[in-house]
Ligand binder design. Sequence first.
Ligand code: C2E
Ligand code: CA
Ligand code: CA
Length: 723
Amino acid sequence: MGGLFSRRKNSGVDAEAKAALRSFDHASRASLLQSLEKSDLGWFWASDAEGRLVYLSDPAAQRIGRPFSDINGRSITEVFQPVENSEDRGTQRPLKFQLAARNSIKPVTVKLDMGEGQSWWEIAAVPQTDSEGGFMGYHGIARDVSDTFQSARDAEKLSRYDSLTGLSNRYRMSQQLGATLTAFKVSKRSCAIMLIDLDRFKQVNDTMGHPAGDELLKQVAGRLQRVLGDKVEIGRIGGDEFQVIMPDEDDRGVLGDLGQRVIQMVSQPYSINGMRAVIGCSVGIAVAPFDGIEEEELIKAADLALYSAKGGGRGQFRFYSSDLRDQASHRHQIEADLRDAIARDELQMHYQPIVDAKTHEVACVEALMRWNHTDRGMISPADFIPVAEEVGIIRELGEWALNEVCRTVQTWPGDIRAAVNVSAVQFASEDFVEIVKRALSTTGIKPSRVELEITESVFVGDMERALRVFHELKDLGVRLSLDDFGTGYSSLSYLRDAPFDKIKIDQSFVRGCTAEDNKNEAIIAAIVSLATALGMETVAEGVETKDELAAVTSEGVSHLQGMLFSRAVPDADIVARLEAGELHYVPRGPEKYRAERRTEFRKIGLIHENDRYNVFLRNISKTGAKIEGLLEVPVGTDIVIDLGGGQLAVAKVRRSEGFSQGVEFETPLISDGADGLCTRHRVSPYQIEAAGRPLRALNDEAVAAITGVMGSNTKAFVEVEIT
Ligand code: C2E
Ligand code: CA
Ligand code: CA
């Protein structure tokens, strides 16, 4: 039998085929369909005009785990559910709409979930019409694609998600951010991104092993998800770097609070295979369209903010601001010059007295490094120490400082002690104890005259090693002091085991401890009683005012350090005092701490009606500012202060005297994460665009142009020069 498809030279083909088709009658067709249905190669279904399922091949119903009678008459959309696959959203019109339009249904994957486990089918269908063209329902086919669907989904997950933490990976974050920014540019919405970088994660990884590091990252991911909620997209975009996309968020008050909460949560101790680990984190925040419109621009801004947060000491957040670009290049310069600073003899040690709280007599001095740069003048250690830590020359600087201090103090009259700061990086180096030992022996200083100031961050990572090194140092005869207590990885538990002689209460607790509603004094009291119980001395750092002095003294701290007594001075000044026997320091300074009032002197803009003026900002607090440069502005005048970077603060003049005015802000400013203040909201680049300028990230000229555009001939106030 040649069958349908065999060719014969002899031309009887057509006739034979027709005969075969004719013989394929209704009964044969029905059996063909049935065998297809049974084979699971394909199933059939049909709906009525109302979209109810009226037929489904038996084997298909069996696959769902129910007799067809159970699902007969249910709506098709209830049986064939959309697949929640975010990547398909938007590209595929939902089945519901296709059905409603009574269009043919092109092959589409649907989910079946009738309580007996899920399966995924591919369905397709064509609409049926009666002779008048009226819609009668669908005839469709279906097949089970669960296996391929699931493996495709797993593969997709792998390529878009981080297999360790289950968060989005860098690829997916970039896709999401790109798509969000493009869409938001059209709908004029804002979007914030947050970069989170773990501090000292490497230490945990190195000392506790990679599996512990992996476990830690998983726990960090879990905490981030808890703090940030599910309205944002969180990704891990590098070893210990995370990124968060926050659509429709531009309130820097909210963002700052969130940043702070993230830092707090991540800095809580972790338990990993029964061991404790502590890390910290830094956060950089940038907001589109203010800080960048395109993805690359925005990421760069957040990166700079993160970099600045890390440089400002660990455990901080920062918003992006255009100043950071300048700071970044400044930092590069520091880096380049620092390597030569020792050789060029540009480093010096200055000494700040630490006095006894009862007698106000100097008991000890803290050695603080000073860098007198040939071209730039004095550079603060707060600026160059972090750079030195990062580029790896802190060990060299630290060793130099230690030797310099031992050598100098050795020559001083009397028995006064000197404290030397030790960076955590320096502390972590293998030969640290050896270096201290050598400094003591080569200079011949009595070890008990040397105190090492160490911050809490040395506890991060291998705590056993830290404790061992502490005891080795104590065995050399030096004293140990815990610096900046309460700022970083505050955990009191290690105090019990660590042999510290002294705790230094960080300035941030002393600052403003007398202000109302301030819990700092209670915290100081708690630290003092704990230290006393453990037989340790306490130093209140950064005492600037008489009311702070009274407060910390009444809480019982044993020692005091701060501008109120003396700033850090050159070696010769200390020697002169010691030789004259003038050990007593008289507190000199302001009576009272003024709430977060920062003195400044910078040019800002003031907008009144349609005019823009240049004025000087003298000081600023959350609630108001003092400005100079306009004559005779009546009390009660409504103005807008332009603080730069699109930050406009609506204000009212409350006091006015000659060229100086005190103004009160309508909405209080908020902390910018550093010691500065900023407005919650900024002028939006969309507003600037609406005024006929191209859309781009904020710049001051564009803001100034739209805020003071009109300009009248008769300005209400006279501008005066201030020097
Ligand atoms: P620190 O260890 O907390 O040092 C105390 C800082 O507070 C010093 O800043 C000191 O000048 C300042 N200070 C003292 N009294 C007052 C006050 O009443 N008000 C205010 N606002 N500040 C006060 P300095 O000298 O700028 O040093 C900054 C930081 O740089 C130090 O903080 C320390 O962490 C680091 N550093 C300084 N010298 C060295 C060093 O030789 N080695 C290392 N590793 N770090 C150093
Ligand atoms: Ca210190
Ligand atoms: Ca300190």
